[in-house]
Design a protein around this ligand. Structure first.
Ligand SMILES: [Zn+2]
Length: 343
């Protein structure tokens, strides 16, 4: 599978030693727009050797730096929704973060059920803010048709520290379902909530993500170092794309989501090989991976229609607000299609 750290690649290659990186260039890339520079090393561990406990602890020290407030940015906005929705406390992490979901007030077993998740990767800001914006602006439009369950921020520690992994250096978007090789409390808590609702068949699950320049400059190099694998160069696609399930592609639905998003932000073109992130483009702005095998969050509801969105906030032409609106458009576009064509 491809190189983008954003959503759904697995890395199993063995390993030549990495080339020298340019730390200054990597640092400069963190807050700039446009294509990221190449980074081919990581300052923790020995090239070619998977991390042990001490390396994971070193990583945790490097990664721990609270940069924003989950309480202010997420919990306060969730609580303000209580007049319109039911707010569900579904767990607590690290003695610090209360986990909240938001669901339809009149949950009706006869209606199709739709799940929206954000912040599985906590650093992917528009996943969190897009889920909240959807709840604030559009969710009630679908109340008559669907039961909605929205988890705005699955990984609060990742959100506050602007990190992809959990504090244990586990990627929370590889930890879902029976085939997952790793486990984390973030995924376990959300999975337990989804299972507890006893929904026989979920209609839809949209999991909101971003592909960012830090995937190339930090997170993919960190993964290669952690796993002792060869360093990969990410080619970060410029624009929005979807990752859909190769076992259940739902191309017509994906096209409707892409068309809805196109009104807010540009769609990623295929590269010279006809690929996005090393995966063949199956249709405009769409790549396919086997959800259950990769153990991504989007497999957890086993929904008829499931996708992972990938917004690109580091594009020279996009803004944070545009990315949030693109996430809302993706959810609304997906639900509109189902309401129109698949009920
Ligand atoms: Zn992601």
């Amino acid at each position: 599978m491809g190189a983008c750290a954003s959503c759904a690649q697995a890395s199993t290659d063995d390993v030549p030693p990495p080339a020298e990186a340019d730390p200054a260039a990597a640092e400069a890339a963190l807050n700039t727009k446009g294509p990221p520079p190449s980074v081919l090393s990581y300052p923790i561990g020995t090239p070619g050797q998977p991390w042990g406990e001490s390396e994971r602890k070193s990583w945790y020290q490097r990664a721990s730096s609270t940069q924003r407030s989950y309480e202010e940015d997420v919990v306060s906005r969730v609580m303000a929704l209580e007049d319109r929705f039911e707010v569900v406390l579904y767990g607590r992490l690290y003695d610090r973060y209360s986990l909240f979901a938001v669901r339809s007030k009149q949950w009706d077993a006869s209606k199709p059920c739709c799940l929206v998740s954000g912040g599985v990767h906590g650093y992917e800001t528009s996943g969190v803010k897009g889920a909240l914006l959807f709840l604030e602006t559009r969710a009630l439009d679908y109340a008559d048709t669907f039961n909605l369950l929205v988890l705005p921020c699955v990984s609060p520690w990742g959100y506050e520290n602007v990190q992809r992994w959990t504090p244990n250096a586990v990627d929370p978007n590889r930890a879902w379902g029976a085939l997952a090789a790793v486990s984390c409390d973030e995924a376990n808590a959300a999975s337990a909530l989804v299972a507890s609702l006893g929904v026989e068949k979920w209609k839809c699950h949209i999991d909101l993500h971003e592909t960012t320049n830090t995937d190339a400059t930090e997170f993919t190099p960190a993964r290669c170092a952690r796993d002792g694998t060869a360093f990969e160069e990410d080619e970060i696609p410029d624009g929005f794309y979807l990752v859909c399930d190769s076992e259940r592609p739902q191309g017509g639905w994906a096209a409707a989501v892409i068309d809805a998003v196109r009104k807010e932000t540009h769609i990623a073109p295929a590269d010279a090989n006809g690929e996005i992130c090393g995966e063949s483009v199956s249709q405009e702005g769409v790549i396919l991976v086997p959800f259950k095998k990769v153990a991504v969050c989007a497999c957890i509801a086993d929904a008829d229609f499931a996708t992972t969105t990938e917004v690109y906030p580091d594009s020279v032409t996009s803004t944070a607000e545009e990315c949030n609106r693109a996430q809302v458009a993706a959810v609304s576009g997906g639900l509109d299609y189902i309401r129109r064509s698949a009920l």
